[in-house]
Design a protein around this ligand. Structure first.
Ligand code: MLT
Length: 218
């Protein structure tokens, strides 16, 4: 079996409701699976295709996207290798499901947001944008990728004990330094997604969708 094609990751695919819609790449948090974020994806954009793979690392039975040595301490070699494997899966899925490569937006929560951010930094032309809920800095010295034309909605909790506020701020800086258009939104809570943030992310995605429909794509 090929390890780079669409069959390399267990996943769910829900076709778009309208031609030319966005595809949301749904990346679950630690302990989730390919079913976890389908409802969230549908709430964010009811027309979008949903591509939802399952992370291949098992941490005492909890699915993740890459290994960690301790809470918030990442195994960088594993992170880089698995980011590349996920990128190959995405490329395979775009071909297999005949998706518009330029209409792909990652939506990640926590560990899923962390691999989404790493995808942006390591494979900058793969995604049109990303919605990052509760992300952290995964690379201290990321490559100087060109992220111009890429939109990122970044949501962080002022009281998040895992993805601390300074992590969101530093990640936003890394992305802005590389040319991404970043919208950083705060909520008062912890490591989660509240209704207010969901509404803001939905509105942001609507703007990205409109821009994607009319503007030349990067
Ligand atoms: C991570 O390991 O990616 C972060 O600590 C978030 C988590 O999954 O708990």
């Amino acid at each position: 079996m090929s390890t780079s094609g669409v069959e390399a990751f267990t996943h769910r695919f829900i076709p778009p409701r309208t031609p030319g819609a966005l595809t949301l790449l749904l990346l679950h948090g630690t302990g989730g699976d390919e079913n976890d974020l389908l409802q969230l994806g549908h709430a964010l954009d009811p027309q979008a295709a949903l591509l939802s793979p399952r992370g291949q690392v098992s941490e005492r039975g909890a699915n993740r996207w890459f290994r960690r040595l301790a809470e918030g301490v990442f195994d960088t070699d594993d992170l880089l290798a698995r980011t590349d494997q996920l990128a190959a899966f995405i490329t395979g899925a775009v071909e297999h499901y005949r998706l518009g490569a330029s209409r792909l937006v990652a939506v990640g929560f926590s560990n899923g947001a962390n691999i989404a951010a790493t995808l942006l930094l390591r494979h900058p032309r793969l995604l049109r944008g990303a919605v990052l809920f509760a992300p952290m800095v995964t690379l201290n010295d990321p490559p100087m990728a060109d992220l111009s034309g890429i939109g990122v909605f970044l949501a962080a909790g002022r009281d998040d004990p895992i993805a601390r506020p300074e992590q969101a701020e530093r990640l936003a800086e890394q992305l802005i330094e590389r040319g991404a258009a970043v919208e950083l939104r705060w909520h008062p809570g912890g490591h989660g997604i509240d209704a207010h943030i969901l509404a803001q992310a939905t509105a942001w995605l609507g703007k990205l969708r409109a821009a994607t429909g009319s503007a030349p794509l990067p």
